[in-house]
Design a protein around this ligand. Structure first.
Ligand code: HEM
Length: 146
């Protein structure tokens, strides 16, 4: 009886060990990256997203002195990395980039709307849009400073 129990515990531990090893070998989850359509679609989304922001009376002034091509390139890297694609974000930290801009929650909401419109225009289903937006939500704290 006792010996059977020990054998069972030993088997469970061995199984857990195997699962642990398997998990360590599991490749990163790129399901969101693939659902978004990968880099070609992300590039189009960011193009449209930036065009929307630059046409948006509420926030276009914030980009007056920015290198738009650089911001777009960094956004593509960031969305790619966040969604699990094989990219590395090479831009500056969110807090540093945005603190001098004195952005408000209303500015943040305007940006989210412009991104949603860009994703709509590229046929991204709302479930997939929400998965990306959920990853961006924590950055509200880092970008809004008033
Ligand atoms: C989830 C929220 C946000 C994300 C993920 C984000 C992402 C980024 C990225 C990746 C850059 C480029 C960084 C670099 O050049 O190294 C950037 C720059 C910039 N962002 Fe944001 N941003 C967010 C919120 C906002 C909001 C709410 C506004 C204004 C309404 C804004 C306005 C700008 C401007 C003006 C720049 C250029 C700054 C410069 O020229 O130095 N961002 N953002």
């Amino acid at each position: 009886m006792m010996r059977q129990q020990i054998a069972r515990v030993a088997a469970a531990l061995a199984l857990a060990g195997t699962l642990g090893a398997a998990q360590a070998q599991t490749p990163p989850d790129d399901s969101l990256y693939r659902a978004l359509g990968g880099l070609p679609v992300l590039q189009k989304v960011v193009d449209d997203f930036m065009a929307n922001m630059l046409a948006d009376r509420r926030i276009k002034h914030t980009f007056a002195e920015s290198n738009i091509e650089r911001v777009k390139q960094k956004l593509v890297e960031q969305f790619c990395q966040l969604s699990g694609g094989a990219c590395v974000y090479t831009g500056d930290p969110m807090r540093e980039v945005h603190q001098g801009l004195k952005l408000s929650n209303a500015d943040f909401n305007a940006l989210v709307e412009d991104l949603q419109l860009a994703m709509d225009a590229n046929g991204i289903p709302s479930h997939t849009q929400n998965r990306l937006l959920a990853l961006l939500a924590p950055m509200q704290r880092e970008t809004v400073s008033r």
